[in-house]
Design a protein around this ligand. Structure first.
Ligand code: ZN
Length: 282
């Protein structure tokens, strides 16, 4: 069984079967694993082995009751301008190194979290989200995927006015309001993802496709990003990386389009997961 990993009420869960039922990892393993998600990330290879031999079924999964799959990451990284299509629509040069900012961890939310709107310039950014298993420093490019627990789809929700409120701009606060880092609904084990450079990712706004890409348009691949970041900071178990958004964001449209209360964003990576976010007045 491919390992899929979720978190509910702060406890690590396996997601099993075609019905996506939940199995409490600590209970099912007889205490071999603790309930803490971070322990699972530290011991990811063991969790994979356990999932491979697990044959039971779980309890029904109500996606809106899940936490983010890594609910309390120590570090959350965002990578800007990391798709050629988005760099072009932004009128910016292709970055020579990954343009990295922080999304503060209190902005992390489960995949289907509501998005509170403050002001009139809140924008969508569908992204491939990566969660680190055992971290480290100076991780070689060729070894990078061995430090990834799993991947999910997410939204790097961006308050554009706040993002560019100071000069030079500091992106972090504009991308860290409540629920502005939703991802989920669960992680799919990185070792089970074979089409890493050809993942198809879409975002619809009220049913209309606004972003549609494959990950071969990434400027810096997941391996590039992990190698680059770990050469500077230590990556830690459960850390989250939002790897960048493709073209089609609202601010680059003519005229610009921003999120309104009642808008519905649906984000999908084929074969990985789908999230649905409803925008509400903040
Ligand atoms: Zn982004």
């Amino acid at each position: 069984m491919t390992l899929r990993f979720a978190c509910k009420n702060g406890r690590a869960q396996l997601v099993v079967g075609p019905d996506n039922t939940l199995v409490d990892l600590a209970d099912a393993s007889g205490g071999k694993f603790s309930s803490e998600p971070i322990d699972a990330f530290r011991r990811w290879n063991e969790v994979r082995d356990f999932a491979a031999t697990f044959s039971g079924t779980g309890t029904p999964c109500v996606i809106n009751e899940l936490d983010a799959p890594s609910p309390w990451p120590t570090q959350v990284f965002g990578i800007g301008l990391n798709y050629r299509s988005h760099a072009e629509e932004s009128g910016m040069e292709i970055p020579k190194s990954p343009l990295t900012f922080t999304k503060y961890s209190s902005s992390v939310a489960h995949g289907n979290a509501d998005i509170p709107l403050y002001g009139k310039s809140v924008d969508w950014e569908v992204e491939l989200v990566v969660v680190i298993s055992d971290g480290g420093r100076d991780i070689a490019q060729a070894d990078a995927w061995n430090h990834v627990a799993g991947i999910a789809v997410g939204q790097d929700i961006s308050d554009r006015q706040l993002q560019f409120a100071s000069q030079p701009p500091q992106f972090s606060l504009g991308k860290s309001r409540k629920n502005y880092s939703p991802f989920g609904p669960w992680l799919v084990d990185a070792q089970a993802v074979t089409q890493r450079d050809a993942l198809h990712m879409t975002c619809t706004l009220n049913g209309e496709v606004v972003q549609d890409t494959t990950t071969d348009d990434l400027i810096f691949s997941v391996s590039d990003i992990i190698s680059y970041l770990s050469g500077i900071v230590q990556l830690l178990p459960g850390d989250v990386i939002f790897t960048g958004t493709p073209g089609g964001v609202g601010v680059s449209r003519k005229p610009p389009v921003f999120l309104q209360p009642g808008d519905v964003l649906v984000s999908t990576i084929d074969g990985i997961g789908t999230t649905t976010n409803v925008c509400v007045q903040g």
